[in-house]
Write a protein that binds this ligand. Sequence first.
Ligand SMILES: Cc1cc2nc3c(=O)[nH]c(=O)nc-3n(C[C@H](O)[C@H](O)[C@H](O)COP(=O)(O)O)c2cc1C
Length: 324
Amino acid sequence: MELKTYYAGLSLRNPIIIGSSGLTSGYERIKEYEKAGAGAVVLKSLFEEQIEMQSSEMLDKADFPEASDYVHEYMRANKIESYLDLIKRCKEGCDIPIIASINCYKADAWIDFAQRIQQAGADAIELNIFRMNTGLHHDSQAEAKLYAEIVGKVCKTVGIPVCVKIGKAFECIPATVGMLKSNGAAGVVLFNRFYQPDINIHNMQIVSGNVFSNHSELSETLRWTAIVSGRLSNMSIAASTGVQDWEDVVKCLLAGASAVQMVSAIYTHGAEIISQILICLEEWMHQSDYESIADFRGLLNYSQIENHEKYERAQFMKYFSDRD
Ligand SMILES: Cc1cc2nc3c(=O)[nH]c(=O)nc-3n(C[C@H](O)[C@H](O)[C@H](O)COP(=O)(O)O)c2cc1C
């Protein structure tokens, strides 16, 4: 069976990418995932806020306010250096593609850093762009344009593929992905899963909800993977959020994804699940008479099915009327 796939210009031995998370913040674990069969790895994101927070904590303790610029720069450089070292180490020790990840919400601060990521040997960059909008007069079109602008600036700076990991909060997801593509994005990750707040009614505190995704969250991933894949046939998609087992992997590929990203399932089941998924995927392909991923990828995307309503349907009216 040929499990090889192409994602954002990269050749992957199979479609399973370990998504950006604590799982991918150190070389030893990354090597373990490679041995278990992973097709690629996205490193833990370097967060703009993280760097700034560290430097301000240090500044709080400093007696010399005039040193602030120096300390800030020092902290930023240090954090960046250790990230670049991780990229270099992974590239020396692993054969699978290593995708670096930057979490950003504005273009300027990260442009030079993207270049250094490329110099360190990363095979691609994943931009995790996120802005939380809570205003009453938010301009959603301007928001999508801002994302495209960030992508455009980074793409002009580096020669390696740039992927964009987005959330679902856009007025029109295919239009946004189209704009990202026009500005140079080689791939898109659908979707990021954000921190989920919950409320503890006993102590009246805002607490963390489920850190890990579950099966039910795959549905929206499938819907938009299928629609975007049908609308933009030459855009690479990595399906992400809710991919828990081999059947989910098959579903995402049928919907048109070039690859899947997995995090929660790896946290829960460990690296062994990767080889189990690959065995089951091959078995399913064998039973279905498919020799390669290309034989069935996108067979059930938006442009391949006659009734688009299957992916467009948003209301449950019929379901409930059928069931009284
Ligand atoms: C503990 C944890 C840490 C994460 N850290 C990052 C991160 O640094 N950057 C990022 O882009 N996504 C991060 N994510 C989000 C994951 O990459 C992924 O998008 C999300 O978990 C959905 O995939 P899943 O359903 O396979 O878990 C993190 C997720 C978890 C659970």
